[in-house]
Design a protein around this ligand. Structure first.
Ligand SMILES: [Zn+2]
Ligand SMILES: [Zn+2]
Length: 252
C-alpha cells in the first residue's frame, strides 16, 4: 500500500499532477506516501522536480554521473552516491519557492508536510498493532514491527533509490531524452512501474509509466481502476502517435 502512496501519491500526483482528485483522496495518498518514510511531501516533491529540471547535470541532486565522482575513475561511487550517498551530502536543498509554489499555497500539502512524523510513526506502529491483534503476544507485535514496519520501509526505500541509481545507469534508452535515464525491465514489479524511467523522463506528466504494450506498470493499473471508480479524473495520457514520434531511432 505505501509503495502506491509513494508512486501514485508523492510522485505521479503531487510532483507531476498526472491526474486530479478530491480532497479526501489527495490527503489519503499523501498519508500513504508519508508512511513510506521517504521524507515529508514538500521536500520530496521539490527535490524530484529539481531532478527533472537538471537531470544528470552537475546540479542534479542525485545523478550517478557527477563529474567529481567519476574523476576518481569509479562509476561504482557514482552509483552509490545516486542510490543513498546524496542524502548525506552537504548540498543545498531545492528552493521551495522556485520548485513548489503550488504546494506552498496548498493547505492540505502543508499539513501533510507538518504531520509527517505522525504518519511515519504510524507506518511502523500499525504493523505492530496488527501483529499484537492476531497473535495476542508481544512477540507478535515485535514481529509485525520488524517485518511489516522496518523491513518493509527498508526494502521500499531501496526500490525507490534504485530508480535514482540503476535507472540512470543501466538499461534501454527507448526514448531520446537529454538525460541518462533508462528503462529497467526487471525492476518493474518492486518499483510499482517506476523503473520505466526513460519513459517517465520522456513524458514526465504521463500518469502511466508503461507507455508501450509489454511494459507492465502496477501504478498505472491502479490509476486506471481509480479513474474507472470515479475517484480520480483528468488523467494525463500520451497518444500512441506522440509515443512513436519520440522513439530513439535504431542504429544504422
Ligand atoms: Zn530520473
Ligand atoms: Zn518524476
Amino acid at each position: 500500500m505505501t509503495v502506491a502512496g509513494t508512486s501514485i501519491g508523492y510522485h505521479r500526483f503531487f510532483t507531476h499532477r498526472s491526474f486530479k482528485t478530491s480532497r479526501p483522496v489527495k490527503i489519503g495518498l499523501g498519508i500513504l506516501g508519508s508512511m513510506a518514510v521517504q521524507g515529508p511531501v514538500l521536500d520530496w516533491v521539490s527535490t524530484h522536480r529539481r531532478h527533472h529540471e537538471v537531470a544528470d547535470l552537475p546540479e542534479d541532486p542525485h545523478t550517478p554521473h557527477r563529474g567529481d565522482l567519476h574523476a576518481t575513475g569509479s562509476s561504482f561511487r557514482g552509483l552509490l552516491y545516486a542510490h543513498i550517498g546524496w542524502m548525506f551530502s552537504d548540498q543545498e536543498g531545492a528552493n521551495p519557492h522556485r520548485y513548489i509554489p503550488d504546494l506552498l499555497t496548498d493547505r492540505d500539502a502543508r499539513w501533510l508536510h507538518r504531520t509527517f512524523p505522525v504518519w511515519a510513526a504510524a507506518g511502523l506502529a500499525l504493523p505492530a498493532g496488527v501483529g499484537l491483534t492476531f497473535t495476542g503476544t508481544w512477540e507478535g507485535a515485535m514481529s509485525g514491527f520488524l517485518w511489516g514496519g522496518l523491513v518493509r520501509v527498508f526494502l521500499l526505500q531501496h526500490a525507490t533509490f534504485s530508480v535514482n541509481s540503476i535507472c540512470h545507469s543501466f538499461g534501454a534508452r527507448t526514448f531520446r531524452t537529454p538525460d541518462a535515464s533508462r528503462n529497467v525491465r526487471w525492476l518493474w514489479l518492486v518499483t510499482f512501474g517506476e523503473s520505466w524511467h526513460n519513459n517517465h523522463h520522456a513524458f514526465p506528466n504521463s500518469a502511466r509509466f508503461g507507455v508501450r504494450s509489454g511494459e507492465p506498470d502496477p501504478g498505472g493499473l491502479v490509476i486506471s481502476v481509480l479513474e474507472r471508480l470515479g475517484l480520480i479524473w483528468d488523467v494525463v495520457t500520451i497518444s500512441p502517435h506522440r509515443v512513436s514520434s519520440r522513439l530513439t531511432p535504431p542504429p544504422r
